[in-house]
Ligand binder design. Sequence first.
Ligand code: ADP
Length: 447
Amino acid sequence: MFEKVLIANRGEIALRLHRACREMGIRTVAVHSTADTDAMHVRLADEAVCIGPPAAMDSYLNIPSILAAAEITGSDGIHPGYGFLSENAEFAHIVEEHGYTFIGPSEQHIRIMGDKIQAKQTVRELGIPVVPGSEGAVSDPEEAKALAEDMGYPVLIKAASGGGGRGMKLVRQADEFAAALEAARTESKAAFNDDAVYLEKYLERPRHIEVQVIGDGTGKVVHLGERDCSLQRRNQKVLEEAPSPALNDAARKAIGQTVVEALSKIKYTSLGTVEFLYEDGEFYFIEMNTRLQVEHPVTEAITGIDLVREQIRIAAGAPLSFDQDDIRFSGHAIECRINAEHPRTFVPSPGLVGDFHAPGGLGVRVDSGLYAGYRIPPYYDSLIAKLVVHGSTRNDCLMRLNRALGEFVIDGIEVNIPLHADLIQQQNFIDGDYHIHWLEEFLEQQE
Ligand code: ADP
């Protein structure tokens, strides 16, 4: 087992990783920018090293600084969290080259799945159904247009290196296509330094359903059920739940099995999430994330499994501690992403936190590094807390969530708690009847 793990991240996930390590008797090293000196995980870690100025390029993405911190602290494992360097195959490679263990999947799997075109080709060959679209990258406008016409409008132009809901262009009719393709390639080059784009049939009313997996590198892979992440704004998740209100046991088992069989063939190691759009009873793969996800706690709530602990154990060379038959799903869980932003305009609202009170009680979990008097720096993502509620049924979970949101106090800044409180009162949401565009349509109606 590791003796000392360096946490190459910040915010609530850095705290989550610290907590898992502490419970496993592993010492922790926080690396942080000058803007995060007062962060909760920096205070709690056994050691802390400042690795640079606020800009992520100079700190959380600064590989030489992170490795230097690993060396001076004598760390043996490096956990990248999510975002930042978590899906950077080069980073995984360099970490291992220098004799540290990268707590995550193999460099090769990160690389394959990081290129969405290659990812789609790979999983299709492994037997996973994908969204209909171009076979590979498209660059020639005439050829691309012919493909789009065959597929039928609307089509989505997507960046091969895209992420975080960015790098997509919707085209509804043929005469918009050439300009959209050009714009997509230019934007993709600017954002991801890669102008490769591909086409996908645009699904009008799908749900986003993703399957959580874990493998130990021996070919043994277990799935931990699905999460429904259909409540999105600008292709970014706002609230997630497990299990999905749209799936029955048979559908859950079938997609779980398909994913497990596919990933067993490549001997997948560590945590991974296979993302699908789900429409009219059919699953269509969109991408695979080779890392711990923001929304992992809903899976932990319904399975009782500590995903981070398992991920660390596997990285240390241990086999999976359970079989598929050991997994029992219990009750229902919902996560609300609490952001420092105005609940209607979504304008970010960093700054000084006044009073702070997190809800508690049975079935309520809050993952957050916030405390009264903490100043949220303006340089990073606006996610400041995750409220995760578990109940024996979906209805119990909703009642508890309503209660917990009502107790949550974060003063001094704008937060999106009122939006969540509003959302969970909507009849469509109560009925579990929503799709990936539902939230944006709801927001438009409110204007
Ligand atoms: P990213 O890596 O940027 O998150 P994804 O491919 O995972 O990109 O897609 C993010 C979101 O964009 C999906 O959850 C869905 O809401 C929307 N989306 C992606 N592909 C399609 C598609 N073919 N049709 C409709 N919506 C899509």
